[in-house]
Ligand binder design. Sequence first.
Ligand code: PLP
Length: 393
Amino acid sequence: MFKTIAAFDRIGEENAFAVLARATELAGQGRDIINLGIGQPDFRTPDHIVEAAIKALRDGHHGYTPATGIKPLREAVSADLHKRLGVDVSPDSVMIMPGGKPTMFMASLMFGQPGVDILYPDPGFPIYRSMIEFTGARPVPVPIREENEFAFSAEETLKLITPQTRLLILNSPANPTGGVTPKAEIDKLVAGLEKWPDVAVMSDEIYDQMVYDGEKHVSLLTYPSIRDRLILLNGWSKTYAMTGWRLGYAIWPGKLYDYARKLAVNLHSCVNAASQYAGIAALTGPQDEARKMVEEFDRRRKVVVEGLNALPNTSCRTPKGAFYAFPNIKQTGWKAKPLASSLLEDAGVAVIGGPDFGVLGEGYLRLSYANSTENIRKALDRMGEFLSSRKAA
Ligand code: PLP
């Protein structure tokens, strides 16, 4: 029998995909399922972006592109970052990736190995830990606390850094909590990092344009003191409702850019050309549809938070970013995963149990409000009925 390496037994998953599969299966059996599980906008990609992809194919862009992405797209990313954040990023530091995830994968491979530590948020996007474990590095969770409005704490993060630490993963606005870390906290973290010049930082800013209540996204790119060790992860999936296009970008500092380019050549060669042309249209075209999506998420956010706070023994902070609510269900007597599973099987509402995002996710559920207000209200009614009538399993 063949013998594979142990790393493959350590690789994790994203349970949101399993919940989506089960929700789809139940719906296929005729059940009325409301899906608040998966993290993808329920909007169509704006038409002018779709048209740009169709035009690219009609114009004959059928072939390979450079592994790092087509130049006009890298230039468009650079111009967009300048316009939005006032930062200068050379198009030659921008690498077009097949979505946001591959940047995590590559960064973990560049830094992770047995004997080193990688810090990541808990609760946080599950792929961070999965990839760290795959490399054999020690995953060191940085606690993300409700009492801190689900922002990360600079002090707590800095205390966890040791000479073994190679990479620090940050995510704001955050999945699964909707937390947005304030500028003062990021200032403090960056100042503290000056003592640790060998620690690289990967900042996952894929929800950067989804912030509410006048909150401003603070990009780690705006801190010159860490620019030479900052990996930035971003992409089109969330902002432009383009999850299925598999289009993202990374900014790699120094020699990491060439490492990433070589990994791309070995792995996927390039991102498909049509998606890249669509990406140019997204960044350089009208932004009103993207803005309208955020306004709609904002309206739903209020509905979801108010509804969750009215449920028996449930409380929910108002998330400041992304499109997730992370209610505290500790007083219901339920553990989060059995509750999520019973809500799907018995009440027809798909949500994700907090432990799917890390051990500190116990006692919480994640609800994605990427669904219509009508469905959100219906789901909340069902959850209310369920919690009022069912004893904890
Ligand atoms: N980073 C975070 C925090 C996410 O929540 C997601 C998707 O859910 C991603 C990255 C991955 O994005 P993509 O679908 O572009 O790979």
